[in-house]
Design a protein around this ligand. Sequence first.
Ligand code: SAH
Length: 492
Amino acid sequence: MSERRYTEQEEALEIKSLRRIIAAYANYQDAAERDVKRYERSFKMLPPAHKELLFHLGLKYQRLRWCISMNAAFIMNMLEAFEPPFNMSQYIDNGGHDHPSNMHNHSHVDCTHSSGRGDSPTISISISNSSLDEQHDNPKEGAKTHESSRETDYKKDEEDQMAGCSQPVGSNLGTSQGVDVSCNGDTNARAAAYYQDKDVYSSSAVDNVTPRHCTGSLFKLNVPPIDVDKVRCIVRNIVRDWAEEGQKERDECYKPILEELNRLFPNRSNQRPPSCLVPGAGLGRLALEISSLGFVSQGNEFSYYMMICSSFILNHTQEANEWTIYPWIHSNCNSLSDNDQFRPVSFPDIHPSSAGITEGFSMCAGDFVEVYSEESQESAWDAVVTCFFLDTAHNIVEYIEIISKVLKDGGVWINLGPLLYHFADSYGPDDDMSIELSLEDVKKVAYHYGFVMEVEKMIETTYTANLRSMMQNRYRAAFWTMRKNASREKPC
Ligand code: SAH
């Protein structure tokens, strides 16, 4: 991809956006504690007889606190390992006047199928086996979109920025830094250094912070509920992608895709492995499985929430089931028992660096539209796999057009997912564009761009579901394999 460079303003926006995300992670514990306090307040309002009857709830709240602290410990370790692609001490004291007031207005948070648009990643995290990848992502400058929609440029030789973002597998996978599993002040301090974002979090406590001289009070920031939700969504995504408990969902979603790839590329050679792009790769498990199957696999993801977490799991895991979290503690609803709510989940269920990945595995951060519209991406891929991705589009036609463009003639597109358009019903001030087509129309558009349907079926599945919950959202997801047939392609 061509080399690009950030303008100062773009970089400032990226840094602010990333600070906000780090702050959301870093304040996980505080936000959760606020919930527990709310439960306790309700409990206190009970008449004495009812209180006595529900005496055990007091213990439940203590237990909740303990689980929260365990989750927070994981998050803090993850932040500790994260190496921001920017010098995060920049652009702190300008009062935010150079930023649009709506820059952090994410119009949509969807916990069952997280969109994450607006997270503005601009780095390329490479976990390839080979040398540093040089993919550059370029979130676009969209007319009416929000902060993610910025042209972001990157200059290859700015190694200080790239360091730690492009991490070769050899030096990173399985070589965790051995950070203490604790939520101590030092770890907090490191994270705190990244989010001194005064205009968003008007807390004087974050002024003039130096990383190693901070206290826990720095975390008492007022993170917007939408960001709190996003962190909790990531926790659920960890289960989907990296826990034993997510196996059922992975069998429903990823297995049919992997089987299809296996069938379509029967004679894969180690010397010249076929290539596969996975836009909207989430926490990276599908992209990793595709790599292990013998493909040069590249995940593309534009949410920093996702990238920070996937990078940690892929690059810093020392052994399988190294971490234990309590993903289901944040909802008291539809629980069969408290024990269900408090059940621990260990992850990752596999050691990523022992998964037999194919050389060239990488995660590329950036807006799919921006990154893969580049000329260098034309006819670059043998396969494109989209899983719960198509409906994240503002303009699904654009997604399909790009998928067609990046595929080689005869290349295949495997899709699985619903059409729960992320920007449908978004009543944000931005009034985001949202083209919401039926499945029938989606297929028509695909045919227009030269695709021929080869396999088509519906697959019932869930997305980050709590298996023991009394409520289960099920999707009837569309699954297909289409082949790009050059002779039928009609240029627009
Ligand atoms: N494929 C994963 C994640 C699906 S959720 C899975 O099946 O679990 C959709 C993902 O697409 C989210 O992680 C979201 O951040 C990402 N995404 C949404 N719009 C994107 C865009 N324009 N470019 C890159 N990633 C995008």
